[in-house]
Write a protein that binds this ligand. Sequence first.
Ligand code: ZN
Length: 248
Amino acid sequence: MRYLIFSDLHANLDAFEAVLGAAPPAERILILGDIVGYGAEPNAVIDRVRELAPALISRGNHDKVASGLEMPDSFNPAALQSAAWTFDKLTADNRAWLYAIPPGPAEIDETIEICHGSPEDEDEYLFSAADAGRVFPSVTRPVCFFGHTHVAVSYSTCANFKEVELREPDQDETSTVIGIKPRRHYLINPGAVGQPRDGDPRAAYGYFDTSTQSVELRRVPYDVARAQQRIRAAGLPDVLARRLGLGR
Ligand code: ZN
């Protein structure tokens, strides 16, 4: 089985189209939440996601706020402004669709589990090997994909959860391969499609081929200037455009 894993699309149509154009064929698509927020094309991105008919989606914090499910208590001013703008901009049908996305974690099959933040708390950030080590006992499948931090990374540990191994993407490469070994557990973040924060502005996504037991952290360049122009034309905070160019 081949899977494509997309997280944190953030209404960035240009990044998402580039990812879909570059992605290898796959039987199943998994989405780890934050389909909207920050970016200027929430309806177009939701329409593309709905066309793709993903096998499973776990909602993100921005999906909850932009659909009116939750109050934006922890949002900074730019996030707040984009959430309010997104709520207004969404069609009633897309807003209802976003509202109904279930929370993670969710088990896909015998191999894979997905969530937005962490398998223990959909809104929690896993920033470090120590964070990963703390939640590994809650992971129910050999491979758990998570998002939320917008940073591509793989953490793995053996069955007794003693040491956590960190693997970061190879600099400037278009693909970093993580070999999935038997009797190990993995927490893997494919990075953000629509707003990378690991210093690499290229769109990030994941690919898992179970026949070779390899997960790829993949990157693809996209038209950042066009995405920035859309954000500015929409009257959204300029910082949201600037950070796309920095990958921060
Ligand atoms: Zn996000």
